[in-house]
Design a protein around this ligand. Structure first.
Ligand code: PMP
Length: 367
């Protein structure tokens, strides 16, 4: 019997590609041990709050039970901290899941989504998985001061009557770029109520005082605004997979229809709630990231590399020529950075801010 599973897959899924992690990290860890510098995945190596770690340990004993399907305690803690009603919050197995759910719930065949040329990779994937058309809007060009960043005017102009989602990331991965709240406010004035504007704020906590303010300030005024956040970055809980979104209660109610009932596991719920209670640790993680970001980008610049301004926990280095050789040179020396060819940015490398010893190994390994 000839059997072709791909031919059976629906058209939207058949058009996708499996996630490419770049390298087999578990195998590399076995091979290099502590000498591996993992600067490829934008993890927060400052580490999680000790309170979160203690909460995980405690939750293990109860993990034979299903988790709270409503995530009530975590939502309550978020609502109190953000000063919003609990029915404006949805929880996800990472914010990635929430981006996918938004597309599944609101986009579909015969509709479109809009995102920037170098917007986060999940935006086109979520769009394709929902069977919608993705409208990719040119980013600011290389010579622009906001190199590769979202052009919010062009994005607003690209919205059509069939557009259901506008995906923005502020700051954005992989470009490390950001936009001001005033620009978002002006886009929100122009996007009709037939489209949701999704602002992915995975890196928001890494914005320093002069950077963009969170779009959360605008949610109360714009029922079609959705803000996604994560515990993976500043809270350093990437391995647990927990994120949340803040939106109009009606949007949350739609998502709840499709959300898998136990999408956030019990250990993640407990850890995220504890992490949220430890603002002091969060502030330390932020301060450490700001200092290391300034130091590493200065060291790279001093060696002649062009580092784009960053309000995230990673740096985008623009080589102005194909970056494959440098990526392989570093890889051969146990330093993992992320090539960006998949984004059409093959002349750049994305480098996460690592521990100081990892960052020093990167600098030492440069040709
Ligand atoms: N948004 C952006 C911009 C990201 O870079 C990432 C992770 N790389 C995510 C969302 C998803 O993060 P998570 O699913 O861990 O919350």
């Amino acid at each position: 019997m000839s059997f072709d599973a791909l031919a059976l897959a629906n058209a939207a899924t058949a058009a996708l590609h499996a996630y490419d992690p770049g390298h087999d990290l578990p195998a590399l860890r076995r091979a290099h041990g502590a000498l591996l510098a993992e600067l490829g995945s934008n993890e927060n190596v400052f580490g999680p709050s000790p309170r979160a770690v203690a909460a995980m340990r405690e939750a293990i004993g109860e993990a034979y039970r299903y988790p709270d399907p409503k995530g009530g305690a975590l939502k309550q803690a978020l609502a109190a901290q953000l000063g919003i009603a609990i029915d404006r919050i949805a929880l996800g197995n990472g914010s990635h899941e929430l981006l996918m759910l938004l597309a599944q719930c609101f986009a579909g065949p015969g509709t479109s989504t809009v995102y920037s040329q170098f917007g986060f990779a999940v935006f086109p994937i979520a769009t394709a998985a929902a069977g919608a058309e993705g409208i990719r809007v040119p980013a600011y060009p290389r010579e622009h001061v906001r190199r590769y960043g979202h052009d919010l005017d062009a994005i607003a102009a690209a919205v059509r009557p069939d557009t259901r989602l506008v995906f923005l990331a502020n700051p954005n991965n992989p470009t490390a770029s950001w936009f001001a709240q005033g620009e978002l406010a002006s886009l929100l004035e122009r996007v009709p109520a037939t489209a949701l504007v999704v602002v992915d704020e995975a890196y928001q906590e890494f914005v320093d005082d002069d950077g963009p303010r969170s779009a959360l300030d605008l949610v109360a005024r714009h029922p079609n605004l959705v803000v996604t956040r994560t515990f993976s970055k500043a809270h350093a809980l990437a391995g647990l997979r927990v994120g949340y979104l803040v939106a109009d209660a009606g949007v949350v109610a739609v998502i709840e229809r499709l959300r898998e009932s136990f999408n956030v596991n019990a250990i993640a719920l407990a850890a995220a709630e504890a992490a949220l209670s430890d603002q002091e640790h969060l502030e330390k993680a932020r301060a450490w990231t700001f200092a290391e970001r300034t130091w590493l980008s200065g060291e790279l610049a001093a060696r002649g590399y062009e580092v784009l301004p960053s309000q995230t926990n990673f740096l985008l280095v623009d080589l102005g020529r194909d970056a494959t050789g440098l990526e392989q040179h570093l890889f051969a020396r146990g330093v993992i950075v992320r090539p960006m060819g998949g984004y059409g940015l093959g002349h750049t490398l994305r480098i996460s801010i690592g521990r100081r010893d990892e960052n020093e190994r990167l600098l030492a390994a440069l040709p």
